[in-house]
Design a binder for this molecule. Structure first.
Ligand SMILES: Cc1ncc(COP(=O)(O)O)c(C=O)c1O
Length: 444
């Protein structure tokens, strides 16, 4: 499967075996738009009917090194033969490695957990505890997870929040710099970063005393909100606001980390060193592991260590996989490949956008690229139905892709494993273009 250059559709999905499984799950066949994996390898997923799909979203940015990378599997196998629970050497080695590959030339400590959500809870606790300050700055459209801390700093979709409140108190949300749909109706660079200035010029001078703010938590590229890339200067300016006021900058890289954007971590695109980093998803090559990595001094207060941890945090199999995952990314030069293939995909998407009215904006870094779908014919109205139809068309041709977005928007999410070759990317884009054109034609 690994050496295929494109998908292989033998029967129209869902085929008979998948239909049986859907029946078992009580799902209608029309909902088969996510491949059920009988086997997955590299960039491909084969379903029980033998249909092979390109996983163009890397299992939601989890398998950056590809599904079941042989070296990661071997590391897990070896560890299985040694110990599956308790402290191991790898756990300590991994701390060193994480400190090395993450931005920030200062001593760091690591707190392990299992998911992006609980790592975000840990980061919030660490910030409040170490600064003795109560408030947190967060951003509209953010998705940080589903546990109460993570949910409280999120603001992705109303249905993710409705009925669960009240959330954690002391969280203040600010507009994310979404230039395609600027919340202030301005244009960059003439806007002079009004969205960032708002924090100091209005919030800090009225309802939010800056000396009581523990941290600002931000995705350096907003993920589920629609892969929104902040304009030049924004992240740096936010860091300056934090520095001026003794506020910690929490860089939430659960989705953007481990080479995804053509840098080890997305914040490096802007040369900013955060105080705390939140890691997850692609950290252990496809098995659960997450972490909070922070300045060493934050983990001690009044002679006491940071009281936070999980029974399974940093379990041996995950640490072994994560160490090998880092080696693979380095030795196979996957960060460089993400930047190179990402540039090819971006160029092609720009060309598709030129000849097509339902793609309103194309943005991204490395192999994290979004194509925002609109109603078209001059309208920027979000094209939710169109995006869903594009994903369905692509899926039936063997390309697994999804869309997401806050504020009712729909952005196609292009994030293949970082091992993708030029030819595989081309095969995927041919399908995507066909799907977009078909949907556009049906709307005219
Ligand atoms: C940016 C970001 N943070 C946090 C999370 C939550 O991670 P998990 O689902 O592992 O709890 C996600 C999940 O999609 C995410 O995209």
């Amino acid at each position: 499967m690994k050496s295929l250059e494109g998908p292989r559709i033998l029967v129209k999905p869902p085929g008979p075996r998948v239909q049986e499984l859907l029946k078992l799950a009580g799902l209608p066949p029309t909902q088969y738009l996510t491949p059920i994996a009988e086997e997955a390898e590299g960039i491909f997923i084969r379903d029980p009917d033998g249909n092979v799909f390109i996983d163009f979203i890397s299992g939601r940015c989890v398998v950056n090194v590809g599904h079941r990378h042989p070296r990661v599997l071997e590391a897990i196998r070896k560890q299985l033969g040694r110990a599956t629970h308790g402290l191991t050497e790898d756990r300590f080695r991994l701390e060193r490695e994480l400190a090395r590959v993450t931005p920030g030339r200062f001593p760091k400590r690591v707190s392990y957990s299992l998911s992006g959500s609980d790592a975000n809870d840990g980061a919030i606790k660490l910030a409040r505890w170490s600064t003795k300050r109560p408030y947190i700055i967060a951003f509209a459209g953010a998705y940080h997870g589903v546990t109460y801390g993570a949910l409280s700093v999120s603001s992705y979709l109303p249905r993710m929040v409705r009925g669960f409140g009240p959330n954690l108190p002391g969280i203040y949300h600010f507009p994310y710099p979404y230039c395609y749909r600027c919340p202030f109706g301005l244009q960059h660079p003439e806007c002079d970063l009004r969205c960032a200035r708002y924090i100091e010029d209005y919030a800090f001078r009225s309802y939010l005393p800056p000396d009581e703010v523990a941290a600002a938590i931000i995705e350096p590229i907003a993920g589920d909100a629609g892969w929104i890339v902040p304009p030049e200067g924004y992240i740096r300016y936010l860091k300056e606001i934090c520095e001026r006021n003794g506020i910690l900058l929490i860089d939430e890289e659960v989705q953007t980390g481990f080479g995804r954007t053509g840098r080890w971590f997305a914040i490096e695109h802007w040369g900013v060193e955060p105080d705390i980093l939140v890691l997850g998803k692609a950290m252990a090559g496809g098995i659960p592991l997450s972490a909070v990595v922070g300045r060493e001094e934050l983990f001690q207060r009044d002679g006491q260590p940071f009281a936070h941890g999980y029974t399974f945090g940093g379990y041996p199999l995950a640490c072994a996989a994560a160490l090998e995952n880092i080696r693979v990314i380095e030795e196979e030069r996957l960060v460089e490949n993400a930047e190179r293939v990402g540039a090819l995909i971006m160029k092609r998407l720009m060309e598709i956008k030129e000849g097509c009215s339902i793609i309103g904006d194309v943005r991204g870094k490395g192999l994290l690229i979004g194509a925002e779908v609109v109603k078209g014919n001059g309208s920027k109205e979000p094209g939710l139905e169109e995006a869903s139809a594009i994903c369905a068309e692509a899926f039936h041709r063997g390309l697994y892709i999804i869309h997401m977005g806050s504020y009712g928007t729909a952005t196609l999410r292009i994030a293949p494993p970082l091992i993708i070759t030029d030819r595989q990317a081309e095969a995927a884009l041919n399908i995507l273009e066909e799907a977009i054109k078909k949907v556009e034609k049906s709307r005219i």
